[in-house]
Design a protein around this ligand. Structure first.
Ligand code: DX5
Ligand code: ZN
Length: 219
């Protein structure tokens, strides 16, 4: 199945948020990727439900919300109400991960779990069948524009293997330092959704980069 491209609005110029939304709506991009940071789980603060609600109101494409916050169970319903089509929580931020995954599903959103670079894929063994998406962080979360961690390719392969062995339906998303230079490699490792922040919004021709990312054909 064809891969998907999800520009991360974290790298957009928020003085011109309307233009960033328009870019995703009118380009070949598939999803909006929206990064929520609480200044506790990650050392940075971004935006929350209020901004997401406004983006979602204008979005003509799937709204993929990546929660980099402690104890996300507190906010699942409010992000679903704000317009998230998919909600991804970090395994490291949930004491009761299984319960949080069920909460996401009950909210009507697709359920995703993200893993930090140091977190082993085995943490998903008892929840993989319930997931729509696994997000493999390819940088340490908190900031855009960081360097891709090469070892994460191995984790993408391990996740793909787990999904196959269990006959699960989850797709794999990669996030952090993704661009034209490594997109082919992550797709070949088994990724299905490419998140790209600075590679898209830092480019002179963002729609062109999105088009090129979509055109990559894994060998
Ligand atoms: C990082 C965020 C990413 C970030 C990606 O913590 O989860 O979604 O915006 O930005 P780039 O593509 O610039 O690494
Ligand atoms: Zn993200």
């Amino acid at each position: 199945m064809a891969h998907l491209v999800a520009p991360s609005l974290l790298a957009a110029d928020f003085r011109r948020l309307d233009q960033a939304i328009e870019l995703v709506n009118t380009s070949e991009a598939d999803w909006f990727h929206l990064d929520v940071m609480d200044g506790s789980f990650v050392p940075n603060i971004s935006f929350g439900q209020f901004i997401i609600e406004q983006i979602a109101a204008e979005a003509k494409k799937y709204v993929d919300v990546h929660l980099m916050i402690d104890d996300p169970a507190r906010y699942i319903d409010s992000f679903a109400r704000a317009g998230a089509n998919g909600i991804t929580v970090h395994a490291e931020a949930c004491t009761h991960l299984h319960r949080v995954v069920q909460m996401i599903k009950e909210s009507g959103a697709k359920a995703g779990v993200a893993l930090n670079p140091h977190t082993p894929v085995s943490i998903l063994e008892n929840v993989i069948e319930d997931l729509d998406l696994v997000l493999i962080m390819t940088v340490n979360p908190g900031f855009g524009g960081q360097k891709f961690i090469y070892h994460s390719l191995q984790k993408v392969r391990q996740t793909a293997e787990l999904i196959t062995v269990r006959n699960a339906r989850a797709i794999i998303e990669v996030d952090g330092g993704i661009g034209l230079q490594n997109a082919q490699k992550v797709l070949e490792a088994g990724a299905r959704v490419l998140v790209a922040g600075s590679a898209v919004f830092g480019a002179e021709d963002p729609a062109g980069v999105i088009r090129e990312l979509k055109a990559i054909a894994p060998n």
